[in-house]
Structure formats: structure tokens, C-alpha cells
Design a protein around this ligand. Structure first.
Ligand code: B3K
Ligand code: ZN
Length: 889
């Protein structure tokens, strides 16, 4: 495929103003009639009209009602001689939805019709200017068999419906908002809906609907509640109301990603809609809340204002992720629960975005080029993009950011714009702010790839009562650029007294008076020095509080300083961070030949956290969880031996299990939430801590041959009243390789045989289980190979395929990376197999070997060989080809 470059952007030669689409829906052969009104873009020289198409059977082309001359060239429909003024173009074609296994465009799933058009799926439905800067008003008529497809849905408002001959019926939908083709959607299926009427602040009535299959209605309450909360939140926080009479969510079980924000008709992976206490974990409930919110928030950030071109993807994705993160924090409530959400988001960033930014797919938040745009729906565009928006909000303050958003919509409502436009609006609404003063430098966050490194060194001068903090930033330049230019880094910090951890004042040398105990420094040069005066006591610096910028921080703090932060920091994020740093230091030291035994100071600190009288249970659970094997590997940076990291980390885990045995018992017995199931942050945190305690107790017991705790876990597994409890107990048994794991897994499967999403968990749990150490090593991988032959397993359903393949290849390094290369062979086989029918799914899986260069031998050579084997195939999608090619470069 050709390389598409950002610098080559050109406005479209024609504008499509209105679209009148009609569908005669049939799985084998659907007729699409597409009547467009089109105008030449008067600002450009006269050119041919080139409409995108893919896998279409073209049957007729008419201009102004007359048969027209046309040609089809590289998939495009080309018309040369066109009227000078506005004209109508009618294109007829047929498509075969049941053969559409790549799930892009119009496809069938579970006997219904569904669409997915972002980024370039609309061209698989009809010929079109399939680019986000062409925005049209759509009217859509759906015709289908009334019995098989009783529900017919489109974007916008229902304007007509009725019976047709031959048992068919129709529905006509009109969406008053001009939209790009990627936001088009239709659904025709046998579904039922949960409905809720709401009245917005302005007094307008709206109908909210969640559509699912008949048996799933009892699992829609949480999604509906999340939707209502999202509507209320966006109006309260940003003054952004719901702009449609009707807002629909439809769940579908075959879907390539999480969900899609089609105007007024969001289509969701069932995984992010369906939840009941019996079938969904706390994490599932939280994910549903955030994905429902994310798609709803897109209605303004994405739909009302959209992207000029796909290089600007983070304009809508980074901003909308930031918004959903803020929403979830607000829903969590108190300061400590907000910090827990922040920690979870940063964990995600480190687990997925950091490796991406250091690997072959590294790209700026606003990429410069691509071959397959679907490959750029990445952690960098989404999660790092959200960090960039968060930094802007930090630099201009909460109210300043809200003002910036208002200006953004005043300027750009109804337009397709760029990341520059967004940053400009936030800056212009905040004249004199650090953001406005340094906007060009700040925007390097959009153009420079890689995670910057910030080095912080402090020195206390007791005689002068000063504390000098020196900050320096470095990073690797983008390919083809001589050097990296400094970013503008908001650096939140405080100082704690080293003796009792109390907060110290933060007065800089040239400042008068009291400046509080928490502040945001702005690091904008390669190196900067900050001198704090009137510092009476030796301080411990609390740096990059709340993770105020997406950087690697090297502060080289001593254990004593980290222990002070862990115990006293008012910033809950940095308490967690200090605990992670203590653990990481020990893991890295052990990997470099140091002690593999945890010291008393560390154990006591962990006990102090676990037993703490006031800390949140959720925070405790996070602090007591060691950094992941992936994070350790990234920190190591070279010569990674996944088996060794695994053995050391498991060794530490076992030591924590043993040394804190009585404390885990105490946590298990006293920390559970009281009352019936509620997915709120507090109760979920308590369950998470209890589940961790149980895991530790079963781990310890299995190692020592004791059967009491495995027995208790099995009992809890059987008696559980919620999936969180049940799955927690099952996880404890499976991860410890307890003998009772097998009967528990069997029972679990039997209990939930009809619940596809729960069976996904059953696969995922087994594929993500830690490999046993020593004798028995390799059992988890063998289990995955066996499960790939299980009658319930299929690569055709993306959720099921991912449930087995992703936990192994992305989350379970020691099981995947084997000295005999069997993991890589398995990976290559699956990539090739999936690529033949679903390139988007395949190219995601292909990325599991991104970081092969980090590996020690023999892994490294074997991994490269496996990638080369995939790359050598003549038949490969553009998506997967781009990944493996870049990987080998
Ligand atoms: N915008 C969609 C993602 C589309 C992915 C296309 N390959 C979901 C979201 O970010 O909300
Ligand atoms: Zn999104």
C-alpha cells in the first residue's frame, strides 16, 4: 500500500452536501442506492471526481438523472466531465454482508445487520468521498424482512416506518447534523431495548435506548445508568448538552474494538454493555461506565467537531479519553478514589504506551505517515494524547480549560479541524498562561515521538536553608530529525520534611511570602534549576505528583526517601509510585545479580500499608501489587530474559505472601464490603483487596503443601454471590496452580456455558496464568495450545480470539517467550490465519512481538525469524504488512 503523508493533505475537490441512501437488506446480496447532491470545491482547479470504493458490485451510475460515463480505477469510481454547478449523482451497487468477515462496512452478526465505518468502512458500503472533512446530511431508508429484522435503526430521528409487500417493512431515518461518512451507522436485527426518558437542563425531553438480544435485557441497567450519568456530567462540567431527540446504544457480539460513536446510534461490543453482578466483575462494570461515557462524549468531541484528516485522530481520541478519565474520577468521588483511577490510567500507559513509544511502531501523537490507518488507533494517539490534553488542563487550570473548551466549540462547531486548532483555542482562552506563552514549544508533544526522560537531582543546604532542584530533560529524536527539542513539562511537586513527613513551604528565591505546599513548576528548557528558600528542615522531594507529565522520571531517591513518601505523601499517586519504585529497585537489583530476598524494611513498609487504618482498600491493593513483568522489562531496556524476570517476580510475590501471612488473613477476614453488591469504587476496591489477600494465601499454601486456604478459596468460589468474588477465588486457585483449580474451572465453564462473555474470561484466565516455576514450567503455554482446539474456541469472533491470544502474547511474557520458540510459531500461525479474513484483528495480534529487539538470545533471533516468516508471505493485508515490515526495519 502507498504511504499516506500528513504534509500531502489537500482539501477535497468536491463537497457532498446531502446523501439519500436506501438499503434492501439481504445477507447474501444487499442493494444500496446512494443519491448524493454534490458541488465542486470552487477553491480548487477543476478536477475529476474520484469516489472511494472497496469490494462493491457497481450496477449503475447516473448524473442529474441521466446515465453517466464513468470508469473504475484502483477501486475508485472516476467521473471526468461533470456539470459546473451542483448536481446529483446516483450510484447503485450490491454488497454481500454475510461474506464480510473483516467486520468493516456492513456485516452480519448473530442473524442481524450491523455497520462499522470508522475509519474507512463506508467505502465498503457505497462509493463515496470517504474522508472525515466531507460532511453531509443523511437520509436513510432501510427495507428488510419484518420477522427476521423487526428493529431497523439509523442515525438521527425516525421520520417514517411501515409495512411493505412480501413480509418486509421499512424505516426512514433523518440525521439533521452534517457528518462525515465514518459516523454513519445502521442496524437491522431482532433486538429488545431498555428505555429511559430524560429531561435536560434546557427542559428538552430525550429518549435513551439500549438495544440487546432478548435474553440480555437484565444486563443493561448499568449501561443505562452510565449513559444517564454521562449526559448529566457533560452538561454540568462543560455545558455540553445532548443534541438529539433520541440516543441509542446497540450491543453486538462480533466487533473489532470496544465501541463506536456513530451519531445518535452508538454500536458497542457486548463486552462494554452487558453486566449483571452474577456475570461481570468490578473491572467490567468500571469499563462499561468509561466506554459508555467515552462514546457519548464523542458526540461533541468528535462528532460536532470532527477531524480534518486521520492524522488528527488524537484531536477527538486524546481529548475524549481525557474526558472519560475525568468523568470516571468524578464518579469515583473522594480524593483518594480519584487517585486510584489516576494510578490505573498511568499503569495502562506504562504497560502499553511506553513499549509502543520505544518500539518499531513509535509515532507522534499526531502521526506523520501511515499505510493502514487502522494501525494508528494506538495507545499513543489515545492514552498519550489524553496526557497531552491533561497537561494543557494542568497549565491553564480547571476553569481555564473549561473556558478553552467553550471557545473551541464557538469557533469550530460543525467543522473538521486539526490538533493545532484545539491547542490554539485552549491557549487563546487563557492569555498570559504558561500554555499561551509557550504554545509552539508545548505543541512538540504532538510532533515528537518517544517518552522523554526527566532527571531530577536535589541538594539541601542547611546553612542557607535552601533546597535546589535541578531538572533536565532528554529524549531520542524522531527518525530523520537531528535532535529532539525540549518539551514544556508541567511538573507538579511538593517537599516533605524528612523527619516527620510534614509538608514544607515552596517559596522560590525570587518570590515573596507563602506559596503553599504544592505547586506546578514548568520545565521548558533542556535544563532548569529551581531554588527553594526558607527550607528549615531537610526535605524529601515529592516529584511529578499525580503524574503531571508522561515522562520517565529518574529521581534516584534513596530508600529512606521513598519510604517517607510511601508513608506520608499527601499525594496518593506518589505514595503508590514510591512503593512501585521500592519494588522496582529490588527487582532490578536482583536481575543484576543482587539479593533475591526481600529485606525487612520493604516487607515492613508493605505491612504498614496493608494494615493502615485509613488508606483506601483500592490504593492498598495497588501498592501491594508488584510492577508487571512488562514494566520491569522496559525498565531493564535490553537483554531481557522473560523467564528470569518471571522467576524473580514470582519469588518476591511468594515472599510477600509468606511474610505477611497473618496480615493477609486479617485483610481477607475483615476488609470485605458489607451489604449487597454495588459496583461503586469503594466496594470494588475492598473486593480487590480481599481477592489479592486470598490469592496470596492460596499461593503461600500451595507452596507449603497446606490445603486449608485452597479449600476455603474453592468454597468461596462455589458460594460467591457476585462474579467479582467468584472470579477472584477462581483466579487465586488457577494462578497458584492449586489442585482444586481444575474442578473449579470445569464447574465455572458448566455454570456459564451460555454466557459468551464469561466463557471469554474462562479462556483469558487460563492463558494469562503465571507459568509454574521449575518443574511444570511450560504448562500454561501447553494449556493455551490445547484450548485453541476447544469446541468453544473460534478465531472468527474477535472477543473469543482475543480472550485466548492476547493474555498469552501480550500479558504473559514467560509463557509466550520460550527457548524452543514454540510461542512464536503459535503466534505466527495465528496471525496468518486471522489475517486471511480479519486484517484489523490480525494486525493487533501482530504487535505482540513489537519489542523483540529487547530480548536476550535465544529469544531475540527466534522472534525475528517468526516475524520474518509472516513478512515473507505473499498474501498479507496492508494492515499486517505494515506492522511486520516496520518491526523488521
Ligand atoms: N472511534 C472508535 C474507534 C474506531 C476504530 C477503527 N479501527 C472508538 C472510539 O475510540 O471511541
Ligand atoms: Zn474514541
Amino acid at each position: 500500500a502507498p504511504i499516506i503523508r500528513r504534509e500531502d493533505y489537500q482539501a477535497p475537490a468536491y463537497w457532498i452536501r446531502t446523501v439519500d441512501l436506501s438499503f434492501d437488506l439481504d445477507p447474501a446480496k444487499t442493494l444500496v442506492i446512494n443519491k448524493m447532491t454534490i458541488e465542486r470545491n470552487a477553491e480548487l482547479p477543476v478536477q475529476s471526481l474520484r469516489l472511494d470504493g472497496e469490494d462493491l458490485n457497481l450496477t449503475r451510475v447516473m448524473v442529474n438523472g441521466e446515465p453517466a460515463t464513468f470508469r473504475v480505477e484502483n477501486d475508485q469510481l472516476v467521473l471526468d466531465a461533470l456539470p459546473d454547478g451542483p448536481f446529483t449523482l446516483e450510484v447503485r451497487n450490491t454488497i454481500a454482508p454475510e461474506k464480510n468477515l473483516q467486520l468493516s462496512g456492513l456485516y452480519t452478526s448473530g442473524g442481524g445487520f450491523f455497520t462499522q465505518c470508522e475509519a474507512q468502512g463506508f467505502r465498503r458500503i457505497s462509493y463515496f468521498l470517504d474522508r472525515p472533512d466531507v460532511m453531509a446530511v443523511y437520509t436513510v431508508t432501510l427495507r428488510a424482512d419484518a420477522e427476521k429484522y423487526p428493529v431497523l435503526l439509523g442515525n438521527g430521528n425516525l421520520v417514517a416506518q411501515g409495512e411493505l409487500d412480501g413480509g418486509r417493512h421499512f424505516a426512514k431515518w433523518h440525521d439533521p447534523f452534517p457528518k462525515p461518512s465514518y459516523l454513519f451507522a445502521l442496524v437491522a436485527a431482532k433486538l429488545v431495548s431498555r428505555e429511559q426518558k430524560i429531561v435536560s437542563r434546557s427542559g428538552k425531553e430525550h429518549l435513551l435506548q439500549v438495544y440487546v438480544r432478548a435474553g440480555d435485557l437484565d444486563k443493561t441497567e448499568h449501561a443505562m445508568n452510565s449513559l444517564i450519568a454521562s449526559v448529566v456530567w457533560d452538561e454540568a462540567r462543560f455545558g455540553l448538552p445532548l443534541d438529539l431527540e433520541r440516543f441509542m446504544i446497540v450491543a453486538v457480539s462480533d466487533f473489532n474494538m470496544g465501541a463506536m460513536e456513530n451519531k445518535g446510534l452508538n454500536i458497542f461490543n457486548t463486552k462494554f454493555v452487558l453486566a449483571s453482578p452474577a456475570t461481570a466483575t468490578d473491572a467490567d462494570f468500571a469499563n462499561i461506565e468509561s466506554v459508555v461515557a467515552h462514546e457519548y462524549f464523542h458526540n461533541w468531541t468528535g462528532n460536532r467537531v470532527t477531524c480534518r484528516d486521520w492524522f488528527q485522530l488524537s484531536l477527538k481520541e486524546g481529548l475524549t479519553v481525557y474526558r472519560d478519565q475525568e468523568f470516571s474520577q468524578d464518579m469515583a468521588g473522594e480524593a483518594s478514589a480519584r487517585a486510584v483511577k489516576r494510578i490505573e490510567d498511568v499503569r495502562q500507559l506504562r504497560q502499553f504506551q511506553f513499549p509502543e513509544d520505544a518500539g518499531p511502531m513509535a509515532h507522534p501523537v499526531r502521526p506523520e505517515q501511515y499505510q493502514a490507518i487502522d494501525n494508528f488507533y494506538t495507545a499513543t494517539v489515545y492514552e498519550k494524547g489524553a496526557e497531552v490534553v491533561r497537561m494543557m488542563a494542568t497549565l491553564v487550570g480547571r476553569r481555564g480549560f473549561a473556558k478553552g473548551m467553550t471557545l473551541y466549540f464557538q469557533r469550530h462547531d460543525g467543522q473538521a479541524v486539526t490538533c493545532d486548532d484545539f491547542a490554539q483555542a485552549i491557549a487563546d482562552a487563557n492569555p498570559g498562561s504558561e500554555l499561551a506563552e509557550r504554545l509552539d514549544a508545548f505543541k512538540r508533544w504532538y510532533s515528537q515521538a518517544g517518552t522523554p526522560q526527566v532527571t531530577a537531582r536535589g541538594a539541601y543546604d542547611a546553612a542557607a536553608r535552601t533546597y535546589t532542584l535541578e531538572l533536565a530533560q532528554t529524549g531520542t529524536p524522531n527518525p530523520g530529525q537531528p535532535h529532539r527539542l525540549p518539551s514544556v513539562i508541567p511538573f507538579a511537586m511538593g517537599l516533605l520534611a524528612s523527619d516527620d513527613g510534614s509538608a514544607l513551604p515552596l517559596q522560590l528565591a525570587d518570590e515573596p511570602g507563602d506559596t503553599g505546599t504544592h505547586r506546578v513548576l514548568v520545565l521548558a528548557e533542556a535544563e532548569q534549576r529551581f531554588v527553594f528558600v526558607n527550607v528549615d528542615r531537610e526535605p524529601v522531594p515529592s516529584l511529578l505528583r499525580g503524574y503531571s507529565a508522561p515522562v520517565h522520571l529518574d529521581a534516584a531517591l534513596a530508600d529512606t526517601a521513598l519510604l517517607t513518601l510511601l508513608q506520608h505523601d499527601s499525594d496518593a499517586f506518589n505514595r503508590w509510585e514510591a512503593g512501585q519504585q521500592l519494588a522496582l529497585n529490588r527487582l532490578l537489583a536482583a536481575l543484576r545479580g543482587g539479593s533475591t530476598q526481600l529485606d525487612a524494611a520493604f516487607i515492613d513498609a508493605m505491612r504498614g500499608v496493608l494494615r493502615h487504618p485509613t488508606l483506601d482498600a483500592a490504593l492498598k491493593e495497588l501498592v501491594l501489587t508488584l510492577p508487571s513483568e512488562t514494566v520491569v522489562a522496559e525498565e531493564l531496556g535490553a537483554e531481557v530474559d522473560p523467564a528470569r524476570i518471571h522467576a524473580l517476580r514470582e519469588g518476591f510475590r511468594l515472599q510477600l505472601a509468606q511474610a505477611l501471612r497473618d496480615d493477609w488473613v486479617w485483610a481477607f477476614e475483615t476488609q470485605a464490603p458489607i451489604g449487597g453488591y454495588s459496583p461503586d469504587a469503594r466496594a470494588a476496591g475492598q473486593r480487590a483487596l480481599v481477592n489479592l489477600a486470598l490469592s496470596m494465601l492460596v499461593l503461600d499454601a500451595t507452596a507449603s503443601g497446606d490445603t486449608v486456604w485452597p479449600g476455603r478459596a474453592y468454597q468461596r468460589f462455589k458460594d460467591a454471590t457476585s462474579m467479582s468474588e467468584r472470579f477472584g477465588a477462581l483466579t487465586a486457585l488457577v494462578n497458584a496452580h492449586a489442585e482444586l483449580a481444575a474442578p473449579a474451572l470445569e464447574r465455572f465453564h458448566a455454570l456459564f456455558a451460555d454466557e459468551a462473555l464469561v466463557i471469554d474470561k474462562w479462556f483469558a484466565l487460563q492463558a494469562g496464568a503465571p507459568e509454574p516455576l521449575g518443574e511444570g514450567a511450560g504448562a500454561v503455554f501447553e494449556r493455551v495450545r490445547t484450548l485453541a482446539q476447544h469446541p468453544d474456541f473460534t478465531l472468527r469472533n474477535p472477543n473469543r480470539a482475543r480472550s485466548l491470544l492476547m493474555p498469552l502474547t501480550l500479558m504473559n511474557p514467560a509463557a509466550f517467550h520460550r527457548a524452543d520458540a514454540a510461542g512464536y510459531v503459535f503466534w505466527a500461525d495465528k496471525v496468518v490465519e486471522v489475517d486471511a479474513f480479519n486484517p484489523q484483528l490480525a494486525s493487533r495480534l501482530a504487535r505482540s512481538l513489537d519489542r523483540w529487539r529487547l530480548l536476550a538470545e535465544p529469544y531475540r533471533s527466534a522472534a525475528r525469524e517468526a516475524i520474518a516468516r509472516v513478512a515473507a508471505r505473499a498474501e498479507l493485508s496492508d494492515d499486517t504488512r505494515e506492522i511486520v515490515t516496520r518491526s523488521l526495519q
